[in-house]
Design a protein around this ligand. Structure first.
Ligand SMILES: NC(=O)c1ccc[n+]([C@@H]2O[C@H](COP(=O)([O-])OP(=O)(O)OC[C@H]3O[C@@H](n4cnc5c(N)ncnc54)[C@H](OP(=O)(O)O)[C@@H]3O)[C@@H](O)[C@H]2O)c1
Length: 112
């Protein structure tokens, strides 16, 4: 990731839910927001709030349970068809899962 892209990344957290947003230098990529705990509660509410403010976002749902994540992904896309919503599987209590997800995210969003 270049210095400029790194400077444009922001992270926030509240309780156990956190999100990281960054805008890749690659002009064709949308602003990407990574949300943990996105399958329910505060994380899901945050997804809806962000899409209500900007339905051109790319939301990446960081979820442990893929079937719940897929259902949420489909519902968000149905209500916000211009958005992009993807999933990365992660169990944040498992270091191996955390590092695998981290590597996948770098490949998806930071290597263009
Ligand atoms: N609700 C409140 O008023 C409040 C207030 C202050 C702080 N908090 C804190 O904020 C956080 C979220 O609260 P919430 O009410 O939204 O809870 P929630 O409805 O239980 O949602 C928790 C989310 O985190 C995910 N999750 C839990 N363990 C995980 C793991 N090991 N790896 C990946 N994902 C995991 C769950 O996924 P699964 O579907 O796979 O379980 C679910 O999507 C909690 O840490 C809570 O203590 C909440």
């Amino acid at each position: 990731m270049g210095e400029a892209a790194r400077n444009r990344r922001t992270s926030e957290s509240s309780g156990g839910v956190c999100f990281t947003a960054w805008k890749c230098e690659c002009a064709k990529m949308r602003k990407v927001v990574l949300i943990t705990g996105a399958s329910s509660g505060i994380g899901l509410a945050l997804c809806k709030r962000l899409l209500a403010e900007d339905d051109e976002l790319h939301l990446c749902l960081a979820c442990r349970n893929m079937s719940k994540a897929e259902a949420v992904c489909a519902a968000l896309l149905a209500s916000h068809p211009t958005a992009e919503v993807t999933i990365v599987q992660v169990d944040v209590s498992n270091l191996q899962s955390f590092f695998r997800a981290s590597k996948e995210l770098k490949q998806r969003y930071i290597s263009c």
